[in-house]
Design a protein around this ligand. Structure first.
Ligand code: 6PG
Length: 512
């Protein structure tokens, strides 16, 4: 905190929900903030909110901790040098718009500009180069939504180490915290009383682009995790005939065990909520068309580009896409037949609920294994040294996918920093081997009932794929050689030697 001068510690540009809450969080941690938004009302609103909270919760302090600025010129004149500016503007063109304006108002080359939006990681790479002569372009992907931003998000900073050293104390102060002994979040949602104890959920991820890549994969996992929970709801509701609120009760129970997570907790809450307008379960009144802003899609695309299987993440994106085709679904629901009877009707309900709990746990491990392997492959490609134990650690609190389970991932990487795939970690290999039969039973229940469960089942296909020493790619290579002379390797010859069979002629085999 800067007590010596009238200058401010950090500038926050963009005071939407995230920017405003970040500014308040930073102020709560005793840093002085200069704030600006093109919308004057948002500036006034942020300043007023700080004043209100200060008077209400910090009765002894009278000095304003947030200064509202009328323009960027004024803002940069109020900041301690080298300046730190945090951008909370929509990803894409607005980031470059603000960077350009900052250059015009005289930002200096050792000033730091931090993009906190959900930017595409390759854009971040580009920007670091583009603005290198004007200022230090840094990025910090943020997870946790508005409450996280206000009381402690998970922060994934990357870029220049010099910039990181300058901002690290602020980042550690505002980040979510985890109890070092239990690995559980320390949560206190009180203005003026930030959590100062525990391990902060932030760590330097690596060079430019790496933080946004890691956040992108976080979101890919988030998509899959959300869809897995939705499929479980669908099965329990449509398959087993439980009401929305009964499924909420099941989720509440699951949330006390190995499936404990923020997403499970809020899903239980949503399912138990009645619609204020009709009294029906709210979930039944919400139109079943899912939106998306694109980060899950980017993850799936990246996995395809790099050749790293992440089928559950891709299926989660497809599930959202299919959900939007409501008209076609309506028409086909009248025309295409399914099983004559829902297979789960006569099932022992409690037994199925327990099997599904195990299935969900296994699918979750499979989907995290996909996400972490994707990060590892990209890191290899880009020459990043990612510390996966640390990444799992900073996802234990503050972010949307926070879950007790992240502690086991942290431990798995602490035990073996070179772990190639989470499926190989002893703790997960053992748990999956024990529970996999229930996974299969749950999926057969879905298939025989005609209830789609693309994520739960693609996660099993991933697991089965990785535990198959032999795959039918041998036939596939034969097909490729048949129609395109693409050649194949042989199991009885050194790897790298290529063979072709003269399919349309004498059917002799030749080394190519
Ligand atoms: C987070 C969230 C956040 C946001 C996503 C939602 O980690 O805080 O991931 O970034 O909620 O952008 O994305 P969709 O609109 O694509 O679901």
């Amino acid at each position: 905190m800067n007590n010596q001068s009238n200058l401010y510690d950090i500038g926050v540009i963009g005071l939407g929900v995230m920017g405003k809450n970040l500014a308040l969080n930073i102020a709560d941690n005793n840093y002085r903030v200069a704030a600006f938004d093109l919308d004057e009302i948002k500036v006034q609103d942020t300043v007023k909110q700080e004043e209100l909270e200060r008077k209400q919760f910090l009765k002894q302090s009278t000095q304003a901790r947030i200064l509202g600025c009328n323009n960027l010129s004024e803002m940069i004149s109020k900041l301690e040098k080298p300046r730190v500016l945090l951008l909370s503007v929509p990803a894409g063109a607005p980031v470059d718009g603000v960077c350009q304006s900052l250059i015009e108002v005289g930002i200096e080359d050792d000033d730091i500009v931090i993009d906190t939006g959900n930017s595409l990681w390759t854009d971040t790479l580009e920007r670091e180069k583009r603005y290198a002569k004007d200022f230090l372009f840094f990025s910090c992907a943020i997870s946790g939504g508005e409450v996280g931003a206000r009381f402690g998000p998970s922060l994934m900073p990357s870029g220049s180490l010099k910039a990181w050293q300058r901002i690290e104390p602020i980042w550690q102060a505002i980040a979510a915290k985890v109890d070092a002994n239990t690995g559980l979040p320390i949560e206190r949602f009180e203005p003026g009383n930030p959590v100062t104890e525990g391990e902060p959920c932030t760590t330097y991820i690596g060079p430019a682009g790496s933080g946004h890549y890691v956040k992108m994969v976080h979101n890919g996992i988030e998509y899959a995790d959300m869809q897995l929970i939705c499929e479980a709801y669908h099965l329990l509701n449509q398959g087993l005939g439980l009401s929305a609120s009964e499924v909420g009760d099941v989720f509440e129970r699951w949330n006390k065990g190995s499936l404990n997570s923020y997403l499970m907790e809020i899903s239980a809450d949503i399912l138990k909520q009645a619609d204020p307008l009709t009294g029906a379960p709210l979930v039944e009144m919400i139109l079943d068309k899912a939106g998306q802003k694109g980060t899950g899609l980017w993850t799936a695309v990246s996995s395809l580009q790099i050749g790293c299987p992440a089928p559950t993440i891709a299926e989660a994106v497809y599930a959202r896409a299919l959900s939007t085709q409501k008209k076609q679904r309506h028409q086909l629901s009248q025309r295409l037949s399914g099983p004559s009877q829902v297979a789960l009707v006569n099932t022992d309900k409690q037994a199925f609920i327990d099997q599904l709990e195990n299935a969900l746990y296994c699918a979750k491990v499979s989907c995290y294994a996909q996400g972490f392997q994707l990060m590892a492959m990209q890191a290899n490609e880009q020459g990043w040294q990612l510390d996966f134990g640390e990444i799992a650690k900073i996802w234990r609190a503050g972010c949307i996918i926070r879950a007790t389970f992240l502690q086991s991932i942290t431990q798995a990487y602490q035990q073996d920093g070179e772990l190639e795939n989470l499926l190989m970690a002893e703790t997960f290999a053992k748990a999956l081997s024990e529970k996999q039969q229930d996974w299969r039973v749950a999926i057969s229940g879905a298939v025989l009932s005609g209830i789609p469960a693309p994520c739960i089942s693609s996660a099993l296909a991933y697991y089965d794929g990785y535990r198959s020493e032999t795959l039918p790619a041998s036939l596939l290579q034969g097909q490729r050689d048949f129609f395109g002379a693409h050649t194949f390797e042989r199991i009885d010859k050194p790897h790298g030697e290529k063979y072709h069979l003269n399919w349309s002629g004498d059917r002799r085999i030749n080394k190519v």
